[in-house]
Design a protein around this ligand. Structure first.
Ligand code: 5GP
Length: 186
């Protein structure tokens, strides 16, 4: 493995997606596109945001050993997985690969690939996280509450990560992650 493997996790609503977009204006990297069995949200595009799969297709890929890691996300009881094809060829080509995955996935990656660098994005406060999760307007109150519970459990695991970055100012947060990535010695 020659490229850098970066895992970015953080509770749903902490702004991971926006931070990663900002980061893409700063440095080049391959962003892994995950498989999921959850339905697409309005505006999400198949093969761009996720590969949206049926349960049967997902399980077949699990059995065939096609995932670098996979997990059932508590907030939705749906499956998510990182296909090997989204990671290995890019690392071999020396590229920086970023996985935006949950804490269970991050733990699997660290166990399997200790040289991976794990970054946890924290919301500025629980109140702000709650506002952001409710404001998205795409999910029912029941799902929002479940995501909030999952978020708290995830935040409690932030100490297992190599770095923790607070998403208070978007520019600041993305710049901190850029600095972390640039300073990794491979
Ligand atoms: P969402 O449904 O909001 O897009 O994602 C829910 C959670 O699943 C987020 O924490 C997201 O980072 C995580 N996730 C997305 N793709 C993967 C994946 O391939 N593996 C794992 N373990 N988690 C993922």
């Amino acid at each position: 493995m020659t490229g850098k493997l970066i895992v970015i996790s953080g509770p749903s609503g902490c702004g991971k997606g926006t931070v990663i977009k900002k980061l893409s204006e700063m440095i080049p990297f391959k962003l892994s596109v995950s498989d999921t069995t959850r339905p697409p949200r309005t505006g999400e595009v198949d093969t761009v945001d996720y590969n949206f799969l049926s349960n049967e297709e997902f399980l077949r890929k699990v059995e065939n050993g096609e995932y670098f890691e996979h997990a059932e996300y508590n907030g939705s009881s749906k499956n998510y997985g990182t296909p090997n094809t989204q990671v290995l060829p890019f690392l071999e080509a020396g590229e920086t690969v970023i996985l935006e995955i949950d804490v269970q996935g991050a733990e699997q990656i660290k166990a399997k690939t200790p040289e991976a660098v794990l970054i946890f994005i924290l919301p500025p406060s629980k109140e702000i996280l709650k506002e952001r999760l409710s404001g998205r307007g795409t999910e029912s109150q029941e799902i929002i509450n479940k995501r909030l519970q999952t978020a708290e459990a995830e935040i409690n695991k932030a100490s297992n990560f190599d770095y923790r970055v607070i998403n208070d100012s978007l520019d600041e947060c993305a710049s901190q992650i850029r600095d972390i990535i640039e300073n990794i010695n491979t």
